[in-house]
Design a protein around this ligand. Structure first.
Ligand code: MG
Length: 453
């Protein structure tokens, strides 16, 4: 049986096995203990059928600890984050296992700013310690539950406020959207209707029946590619189940890769105004090229959306995100947002008059290879140190050790880091050609393997 994964931003497990309603209720009580009596928490969920059970249990825990819950119903992760701010709540909870398969669900905790709780290490530790030790506060006055159905309307208005809606509407784009029967269904339709698109909406039910593997990567999106070709659409979009990530299919039905969501949206933003960007250490160099063309900087953070958000705040960035299809515009909400991604990409098409494939051709191309291999827990540091020693003194090499080890070289970059949850190491390598990227990844793996024993 897989174990319950408890991290600094929440908990994830298989429903009924490791993630039971008892665990969910306890986490509700732990969050109430951390916040204190009389506070208010915004709660939303994706379409998984287990969502209602987990929601009810979490809310029972919150109420028992004297905390009020505002139930938004089925909404996206960025939708919850936005509403935490709009309703001036004391925290948020998203019930989702994002792109994990259907048997999973999860509970993600948000700060009053709508950021993952991991940005506040002390609070995250307080929450997890309350849960581990079962030390829950008791409340003199129990909390209550209210219902709020305003999320989609408020969220889509916020997205439209950063777009040239009329310019997009004038183009009458034909768009295929694959919402994987997830939390992006309703707001996705609302946005594309507002933008005057002819929408072919596939996997658009709220039943949480994932008709393909939910991770938005090439092998899972052949149905979307086919639909784009079949309907002669201008663009295809795929969301993940909680609608924070977005990936794109061009007008020929070709999956262009998840890294382009951030590169193209950032390119559009920088065509409008000047300001710095932030992303994580394993996102493609395309973003550096886009920034260089505009004469602005890219700040890199360790992996994790909350780390990117922190870098954006610290360096006053106007835009940021992650290479996994996550675009973040602080004017809407400082979390990854598939609706922001769709809006900005359509605006980019409308403003430039180009097709998706033409926009893609306008950005220098790289091959980004991602690989993993077994590594006993505790052996990672030795292997990483050996890699650092082997590359020391190489011409043009620079090192960043904030997240495993990233080495930038004249021909590309590579990163090696240990997983937090599994006994594996992850390697990313990016270069102009696949051959070069493979050579870099193989060399690193060889050095690491030799130093694991
Ligand atoms: Mg997600």
């Amino acid at each position: 049986m897989s174990r319950l994964i408890v991290s600094v931003s929440g908990v994830r497990g298989i429903v009924g096995e490791t993630l039971t309603s008892e665990v969910a209720r306890e986490f509700g009580r732990a969050f109430a203990t951390m916040l204190g009596e009389g506070k208010t928490v915004i709660i939303g969920r994706d379409t998984r059928s287990s969502g209602e059970m987990i929601r009810d249990a979490v809310m029972a825990g919150l109420n028992a600890g004297g905390v009020n819950a505002v139930d938004l119903g089925i909404v996206s992760t960025p939708g919850v984050a936005l509403m935490v701010g709009r309703l001036k709540a004391d925290g948020g909870i998203v019930i989702t296992a994002s792109h994990n398969p259907l048997p999973y669900n999860g509970i993600k905790f948000l700060t009053p700013q709508g950021l993952a709780l991991s940005v506040d290490k002390d609070k995250a530790a307080q929450l997890n310690s309350a849960w581990e030790n079962k030390k829950f506060s008791t409340a003199a006055r129990k909390g209550n539950v209210t219902i709020n159905h305003d999320t989609h309307r408020i969220h889509i208005q916020a997205v439209c406020d950063i777009l040239d809606v009329e310019a997009i509407r004038a183009r009458h784009y034909k768009v295929v959207l694959d919402s994987i029967n997830g939390a992006g269904v309703e707001a996705g339709k609302m946005l594309l209707d507002r933008l005057g698109c002819e929408l072919v909406h596939i996997n658009n039910k709220l039943d949480g029946d994932f008709t393909h593997e939910p991770e938005p990567i090439a092998k899972n999106l052949t149905g979307l590619c086919d639909a784009v070709r079949q309907h002669g659409a201008d663009i295809g979009f795929a969301q993940d189940p909680d609608a924070d990530r977005l990936v794109v299919v061009d007008e020929n039905g070709t999956f262009i890769g998840e890294e382009y969501t951030l590169a193209l949206t950032a390119q559009f933003i920088l065509g409008q105004r000047r300001g710095n960007l932030a992303t994580n250490l394993c996102t493609s160099r395309m973003i550096d090229d886009v920034a260089e063309q505009a004469g602005v900087k890219v700040f890199r953070s360790p992996t994790g959306e909350a780390n990117v958000a922190s870098a954006m705040v610290e360096h006053k960035c106007i835009f940021g995100g992650e290479g996994n299809g996550g675009a973040m515009d602080p004017r809407v909400v400082i979390v990854r947002d598939s609706f922001v991604g769709m809006g900005l990409l359509l605006n980019h098409l409308a403003r430039s008059g180009k097709t998706v494939s033409q926009l893609v051709a306008g950005i220098p191309r790289y091959e980004l290879l991602k690989d993993k291999f077994p590594c006993p827990l505790g052996a990672a540091q030795r292997a990483i140190a050996a890699v650092a020693a082997a590359y020391k003194g190489r011409a043009g090499a620079s090192f960043d050790d904030r997240d495993g080890l990233r080495i930038d070289l004249p021909q590309g970059w590579l990163q090696i880091r240990a997983s937090n949850t599994e006994p594996i190491m992850r390697i990313s390598a990016e270069a102009k050609t696949l051959k070069e990227a493979q050579a870099m990844a193989q060399e690193v793996r060889k050095i690491a393997d030799a130093n694991l024993g």
